[in-house]
Design a protein around this ligand. Structure first.
Ligand code: 0WE
Length: 258
């Protein structure tokens, strides 16, 4: 029996077989969870359906996290199909390209700031708000993905750093808000991984190389490793862990000089 046997879990942020959401989905499935997936748009629908099937699921729904209407529909449908929800994974982030390179202030604008925080941070709270009534009396928990650039300056991470800082603070305040209802709220701070989202970032390959040189384990992390940590945090094995930002980064964050 897996550590998530009988748990019903929503996975948001699946875009390709390199997505962190895919590493999570595989691990949650291996540990016995029942899964529902969302896809951002019609272009991704078929691919997400195929990957859902590989996890024994035929339950998928459209969700653009900037749409209040779709957000409401997802949780209404989960209520109808499942009657409740044990957990969800939020693996969604976006900042406009010009705000992810070069000078921080040159790339920033009111619109970019607003959109990046809306998609990357507010949406975690929006999901929590909608999921709350479905999560009562079941040792529920939720999990988001963050990155060290929230706490330290990482060249070019720029606006995403501010959005991830907001996501991390949101994690702690939500843990305080939902703790009395025995709902846990955490985030994983993963090392850099070559995903679809990362493929467009110039110099990413070089970043991975320098990460490998500095990290105590002398290597990068995989989506499967992030997935296994997510399975633990959503399981009852983590029943006293909330408001936590857990590093899954081969130890990189602990190093002060190379
Ligand atoms: O959070 C991220 C990146 C998420 C992301 C990626 C893109 C690329 C395409 C958000 N928005 C966009 N917008 C696009 O137009 N990471 C943790 C990966 C990442 O991205 C970086 C990194 C790392 C690490 C960007 C610059 C420097 C380091």
């Amino acid at each position: 029996m897996g550590i998530l046997a009988g748990k019903k879990i929503l996975v948001v942020g699946l875009a390709s077989n390199r997505s962190i959401a895919w590493g999570c989905a595989k691990a949650l499935h291996e540990q016995g969870a029942e899964l529902v997936f969302t896809y951002q748009n019609e272009k991704l629908k078929g691919r997400v359906e195929d990957m859902a099937a590989q996890c024994g699921s035929n339950f998928t729904m459209p969700l653009d996290v900037t749409s209040d209407e779709q957000m409401a529909e997802v949780f209404t449908e989960i209520k109808n199909q499942w009657g409740g929800l044990d957990s969800f994974i939020h693996a969604v982030a976006y900042a406009p390209r010009e705000a992810l390179e070069g000078d921080f202030l040159e790339g920033i604008s009111r619109d970019a700031f607003s959109l990046s925080h809306d998609i990357s941070a507010y949406s975690y709270a929006a999901m929590a708000k909608a999921a709350r009534p479905l999560m009562q009396d079941r040792n529920a928990s939720m999990l988001a993905m963050t990155y060290l650039g929230a706490e330290r300056v990482v060249p070019n991470y720029n606006l995403m750093g501010a959005a991830k800082a907001s996501l991390e603070a949101t994690t702690r305040y939500m843990a305080s808000s939902l703790g009395p209802e025995n709902i846990r709220v955490n985030a994983i701070s993963a090392g850099p991984i070559r995903t679809l989202a990362a493929s467009g970032i110039s110099g990413f390959k070089e970043m991975l190389k320098s990460f490998e040189g500095a990290a105590p384990l002398r290597r990068c992390v995989t989506i499967e490793e992030v997935g296994n940590a997510s399975a633990f945090l959503l399981s009852d094995l983590a029943s006293a862990i909330t408001g936590e930002i857990m590093y899954v980064d081969a130890g990189f964050n602990t190093v002060g000089m190379v």
